[in-house]
Design a protein around this ligand. Structure first.
Ligand code: AMP
Length: 275
């Protein structure tokens, strides 16, 4: 497995691969089984899997955990090697952002100024900026993104459509821990009590799933019942939307997502349910 720490090395490596099919898994590191499932999916479909490990500064707000974000490069590279990754690309932020004032991308307001975007101004601009840079450098045939970050996945799909990018976006199901909490690099911040309380999130989603399976489609009713599960968390939002991130009054199977974000102690947790 190659470890590429600068853009020039990546370009040489990429050019050598020529027209071979490349699968790309962008990450911020602190890899867990959720990331591993994206890598495994790529390993089944692509000749070469490239993983990027890059804590992208432009998607963090001023009061967020950029400096504190977990960095576990040694452990991550052992996992990647075990999974058969061809190369890790782990650039320095100064290499990725060479100028003070770079071109940015504006996602549609209707998709980006709601939910995560409403609480994290500029977050999705930063996500699109780095993903487009990575796509330009790596030129993947396929790129793998977790459904766990539903809003991110939908906005990236929209960028690919609107800019006619030649890459297939492959959505990947959310991996959960033994107790049903969605795996996240930020779960390590939770103490025992906060973790126990955090399980109210998958409980709320399970309740909605059960009610939908029983034939209930009314969003208000589903949300009202699910909110009763969230007793010991600060709820940022719990809503049911379509793939354009617009609120829906009725669930339509195959077209609706339940989005939830809540804080357990100081840790923000995201989860969702694709119905
Ligand atoms: P991150 O390192 O948090 O930027 O995540 C990198 C990729 O892994 C993103 O596409 C995430 O949506 C995906 N991901 C994160 N957590 C999970 C999970 N629990 N299950 C599946 N994919 C995930």
């Amino acid at each position: 497995m190659k470890i590429l720490k600068c853009i020039e090395d990546l370009i040489v490596y990429r050019n050598d691969l020529g027209s071979q099919e490349i699968g790309f898994v962008p990450t911020m590191g602190a890899l867990h089984n959720g990331h591993a499932s994206l890598i495994e999916k790529s390993r089944k479909q692509d000749n070469h899997t490239i993983v990027s490990i890059f804590v992208n500064p432009t998607q963090f707000g001023a009061n967020e955990d950029l400096d504190k974000y977990p960095r576990t490069f040694e452990k991550d590279s052992i996992l990647c090697e075990k999974l058969g990754v061809a190369a890790i690309f782990a650039p320095d932020p100064r290499d990725m952002y060479r100028k003070k004032d770079e071109i940015t991308l504006n996602p549609p307001k209707s998709m980006a100024n709601v939910y995560e975007g409403a609480l994290r101004a500029g977050h999705f601009n930063g996500v699109l900026q780095v993903v487009l840079k990575l796509f330009s450098l790596i030129r993947p045939k396929r790129a793998y993104f977790g459904q766990k970050d539903a809003q991110q996945l939908l906005i990236i799909k929209r960028m690919v459509e609107d800019l006619f990018l030649d890459v297939e976006i492959v959505p990947c199901a959310t991996k959960r821990d033994f107790d049903s909490l969605a795996l996240s690099s930020r779960n390590i911040y939770l103490n025992q009590m906060e973790r126990k309380n955090a399980l109210q999130i998958p409980m709320a989603l399970d309740l909605i799933k059960k009610m939908v399976d029983e034939g209930i489609r009314d969003s208000n009713r589903l949300i009202l019942e699910a909110k009763k599960c969230i007793r010991d968390l600060e709820l940022d939002y719990l809503d049911i939307v379509d793939y354009d991130l617009q609120r829906v009054s009725e669930v339509i199977l195959g077209k609706s997502i339940v989005l939830i974000a809540a804080r357990s102690g100081k840790t923000r947790l995201l989860d969702n349910l694709w119905l």
